[in-house]
Design a binder for this molecule. Structure first.
Ligand SMILES: [Zn+2]
Length: 126
């Protein structure tokens, strides 16, 4: 018997973390090249296109770095023994949900509530 019942998820999360890191490295390297192209294309009218492409890469990198943070947090919870418990209600997240999304920190009802609340937050206009 493994010491940690979530050692399987630990291995999975570490593999995901490695894959994301590799992807981000590749994207950053690629957008560096894209920047070079943007500079070269100053004579043409492709600047806007090159900028948009660079921004899309950046958005992708930001999204993946958030995913990476989720994964890091999940690995931390495995290490401290709180993995698998919902950070919202303290209940079990459930193996099916963890298998679908090992970095999940909330059970499905709490996640839905969280996303609904977050979607409804409107900053007052000053
Ligand atoms: Zn919950």
């Amino acid at each position: 018997m493994p010491k940690n019942p979530f050692s399987e998820f630990n291995a999975l999360l570490q593999a995901q973390r490695q894959r994301l890191r590799d992807e981000m490295r590749a994207k950053i390297a690629a957008s560096g090249e894209g920047l070079g192209f943007a500079n070269q294309s100053k004579i043409t009218d492709d600047d806007a296109l090159a900028d948009a492409a660079a921004e899309m890469d950046l958005a992708m990198v930001i999204r993946e770095s958030r995913e990476l943070q989720d994964i890091e947090a999940a690995l931390g919870r495995i290490a401290e023994g709180s993995y698998g418990a919902c950070t919202g209600c303290g209940g079990d997240i459930g193996l099916a949900r963890l298998k679908a999304y090992p970095a999940a920190e909330r059970c499905l009802p709490c996640q839905e509530k969280y996303e609904r609340l977050r979607g409804q937050v409107h900053m007052p206009r000053l």
